[in-house]
Ligand binder design. Sequence first.
Ligand SMILES: *[C@@H]1O[C@H](CO)[C@@H](O)[C@H](O)[C@H]1NC(C)=O
Length: 130
Amino acid sequence: MSCQIRVLMMLGMSICLTSIVLAKQGTAVYYYPPYVRESTGCYGYEDQGVMIAGANPTLYDGGRTCGRRYKVRCLGGTNDTPNPCKNGKITVKIVERCDGCGADEINLSKDAFSRIANLKAGRVRVDYTQ
Ligand SMILES: *[C@@H]1O[C@H](CO)[C@@H](O)[C@H](O)[C@H]1NC(C)=O
């Protein structure tokens, strides 16, 4: 195997490992549109599309996470709802603080939540990474 290929493989592996390490586990809840009903902490009344989320106060970090994109994946349910998760990941943009969120919880738009989870599940376990 040539040296360049080895270097590339090592690089690829370490990028993979880094994203595993940085993924944070928590829970996700969701909210219904209209998404711009009151001024959001990050963007006021500006429409940011539908793939958006509110961050718990720690994650929000005084607004420092505004506009950051997180990849979110469903890991399992928090109750007895059958088939809580759908496969795949979504990418959402942080647009506001979620004061009602618990630690490590994120508040997804219904559009975002419904792509990775069953709406009936209400709250699911997720991991998220930038
Ligand atoms: C999620 O965000 C919506 C819109 O800002 C808000 O009304 C709702 O209370 C939030 N959910 C929680 C659990 O705080």
